[in-house]
Design a protein around this ligand. Structure first.
Ligand SMILES: [Zn+2]
Length: 133
């Protein structure tokens, strides 16, 4: 098995990186954080307008928390820690707003667009909305 280890990880390194548990945590955080761009891009291309899906905020939150843990407990670098120390606040706030909007939104009878709670007209087509009773 030594030959296999030497083949896959020459010099104890894989892809030129010396691995440990915190490196894996940091890289998983990086992959999750980076993947949110593809989710947002796909949603935007699909709707043909700029869209930020709820998955974007979940991926942002999960990725940034893993990177914060990596920065806090492994790198112990103040610049790296500060970069992720407060990013969770807008992510959680956006998730709360998303949830509230999903619960209280108004569907446009004309085009089906989900309009913000309390709206009198559809934000997509301008049709008047009927209040939920
Ligand atoms: Zn509409």
């Amino acid at each position: 098995m030594e030959w296999l280890t030497q083949l896959l990880m020459p010099g104890g390194k894989f892809l030129g990186v010396e691995w440990n548990t915190w490196k894996i945590v940091g890289w998983i955080g990086n992959v999750i954080f980076f993947s949110r761009f593809f989710v947002q891009w796909y949603a935007t291309e699909k709707r043909r307008q700029v869209v930020v899906p709820v998955a974007f905020w979940w991926l942002s939150l999960a990725g940034s928390l893993l990177l914060l843990a990596y920065a806090l407990f492994y790198k112990k670098d103040s610049v790296f820690i500060f970069a992720y120390a407060f990013t969770w606040i807008p992510y959680i706030r956006n998730l709360i707003i998303h949830r509230r909007h999903d619960r209280l939104h108004m569907d446009c009878a004309k085009c089906g667009f989900k309009t913000a709670p309390g709206s009198r007209f559809c934000a997509q087509c301008g049709a008047p909305l009927v209040t939920k009773g």
